[in-house]
Design a protein around this ligand. Sequence first.
Ligand SMILES: [Zn+2]
Length: 72
Amino acid sequence: MSRHPQGTELAFHNQAGALVTVAKTQTHTGHTAYPWTCHGCGTGDPGYSARIRSKSDAEQHAAECTALQITT
Ligand SMILES: [Zn+2]
């Protein structure tokens, strides 16, 4: 039922059911980055090069965030 943005690697749900996603992107320097975004409150990080770090931060945010999903 949830629509995941393109490039989504991982997706979690926060307390209100909003998606917190970790995407995989390529930076202009050719490195892989894993930006995470909370689709409830809009919080996120433009990208860590370490997948485990983005996963950890996204997971932690999902566990604490209670913002409802932003519908576009
Ligand atoms: Zn949030």
